[in-house]
Unconditional design. Sequence first.
Length: 310
Amino acid sequence: MDIGIALPSVGPLGERDIVLDVIKRAEHLGFHSVWTQDHIAFPKVRESVYPYPETTTELAFSPGMDWLDPVAVMGFAAGATERVVIGTSVLVLPYRNPVVLGQELASLDRLSEGRIVLGIGSGWMDEEFAAVGVPKRERGARTDEAIELLRALWAAKEHISFDGRFTKLEDVVLASHPSRPGGPPIMIGGNTDAALRRTGLLGDGWLGFEVFVDGVQAKRDAIARAAEEAGRDPSAITLSVRRGIVPPFEVSNFLPERRSLAGSPEQVAAEMRAYEAQGVTLLVLDLAFVQPDIVDTMNWLAEEVVPLLA
């Protein structure tokens, strides 16, 4: 099983030295990947309800709480590393012009020598959609079309045309090309029926959020049904889950009531293996602590937990 680390790119920890330290330590300790996330603008007053209230606090979506841009963070990580995979968990795809995003990620994939993964979501905050000028009611259709267009642009060696509902192109080719033929893999984030169906129809993988072991099979089955409807092989779709983790020593945990992976190295490894038995091949771990505790937890994982997975 591969282990990824969610970067501290949100809030007071989102400073150069801290983020850089976690990125470099993740590579040095042999973790599979590092992951960043996405918000663009926050309203003074928000009525939209966050769909995963057990995983964070309202403070995270307040004005003054910085969220570093995911494309910028990926570029920062690519320049500081040689091996580790760099992904978004998740980037809100309908907020962005897919041609511009396609060029940005093609360049990042080229400069990182094929280490970029695009994890996408369709968004949830009404006020943020309004701020970027995109009707929220169009988010699903925009997401599906953007996935199709990104893949077409990344695969094209010559000029292509595209006749979409939201984007129309005539004889266009991106100004740069990705390192990998076809470009970065696209993983679909979310636990809703729509997200699971989109994964089966269009995704290279699934990014589940706070899905516990006993809930994986139902999600996996829904993805498989959609994939089979589309004539795709469900086994070719990567399954991943993002979870919080608390080590067996005192840490400054910002959300102690969160249900996280916890316990001795043997207990944590056993739960990870239970995910693997359900078909999950990647766990992305949230280390929601102050910087020294993040570092200590990464060291503990690498030294005491990961060897038990071998």
